[in-house]
Design a protein around this ligand. Structure first.
Ligand code: PXG
Length: 292
């Protein structure tokens, strides 16, 4: 039995879940999406993801043909139909089918689809030993070009960076803005620890307002760790005591080497490990229960 996909209000077999070659999401990357995690039958921070989806859609003037409430229910029902307890949910809203040519107003019906599936994580060893990453030449999109706060279906900026990291033999890329300030990675936000203070770039510099980022900042405040959102450069990264990344796919993952400079002791730091433990503890409690 294959996966059941939510497609414009109906559930269809995965073989029937198709979009047209005239969909502007395929032709131009014109659409928005969310990547969401399911832990022990609980959709992690579902309301936050749905809120961000509608904010992304508003930015690109895409009217989602469902209410947020109906979208939440559609996500939960997709999980139920696939009998999943742990996994990854991909929710996509495309501009829809239209004639060739950029004009989005020619596309009358956005396509909404939801996939609930398994997720492959970074191998467990990286959570214990930490990642080695590199800074890449491709800069994050300028905030006045395509604001990185929109989770759009055009990820070429990040994909180029990912290719550059891979050429350099690294799994992730540290991305800077046009001024040389550190922004984020290709699919994760970045944090450093210096003298016990947790620092992450402010969103206005040009990064996605990551939901894992928000959760980690909440945990840190509860743990009485000082948190600052402030711009920093590669110098601060090399000079940090600890570094880690946050994202729905990666969760919280330590970074121990950047551009061949060991970070701190070269091993995952104490604050990072504490935050990883606390993050894992709340994954199954901080969301919407699918099976009542
Ligand atoms: N920055 C960027 C550019 C991202 O794409 C994050 C930060 C972290 O945000 P969250 O809300 O996840 O903490 C992301 C998230 C995928 C996939 O399928 C991508 C993301 C998340 C989940 C799945 O490639 N990106």
């Amino acid at each position: 039995m294959g996966r059941k996909i939510f497609m414009n209000g109906k559930f269809v077999d995965e073989q029937q879940a198709k979009v047209s070659v005239f969909d502007h999401c395929l032709l131009y990357g014109d659409g928005v999406f969310e990547g969401i995690r399911l832990y022990q039958g609980c959709v992690f921070r579902l309301n936050d993801h749905i809120e961000r989806l509608y904010s992304s859609a508003k930015y690109i003037m895409l009217k989602i043909p469902m209410t947020p409430k109906a979208m939440i229910e559609a996500v939960c029902e997709t999980v139920r139909r696939n009998g999943l307890r742990d996994g990854y949910i991909r929710l996509v809203v495309t501009r829809g089918v239209g004639p060739l040519g950029l004009a989005p107003w020619q596309c009358k019906n956005p396509t909404v689809f939801i996939i609930a599936d398994k997720i492959t994580l970074y191998p467990a060893e990286f959570y214990e030993k930490g990642l080695s990453i590199v800074t890449v030449p491709t800069r994050r999109n300028h905030v006045e070009s395509v604001n990185p706060r929109v989770k759009s279906c055009n990820y070429l900026n990040n994909i180029l960076a990912k290719i550059e990291a891979s050429i350099a033999g690294a799994l992730e890329a540290l991305m800077l803005d046009h001024n040389g300030f550190v922004n984020e990675c290709t699919g994760d936000n970045v944090f450093l620890v210096k003298k016990g203070v947790l620092i992450t770039p402010p969103i206005y510099l040009g990064a996605l307002r990551g939901i894992t980022r928000e959760v980690v900042m909440e945990i840190a405040r509860e743990e009485r760790i000082e948190v600052r959102e402030q711009p920093f450069t590669r110098f601060d990264v090399f000079d940090a005591d600890e570094l880690f990344l946050t994202g729905t796919a990666a969760e919280v993952i330590p970074v121990v080497n950047v551009d061949k400079r060991p970070i701190g002791t070269g091993k995952p730091g104490a604050i990072t490990k504490r935050l990883i433990r606390q993050f894992r503890a709340r994954t199954a409690t901080d969301g919407v229960m699918v099976y009542q």
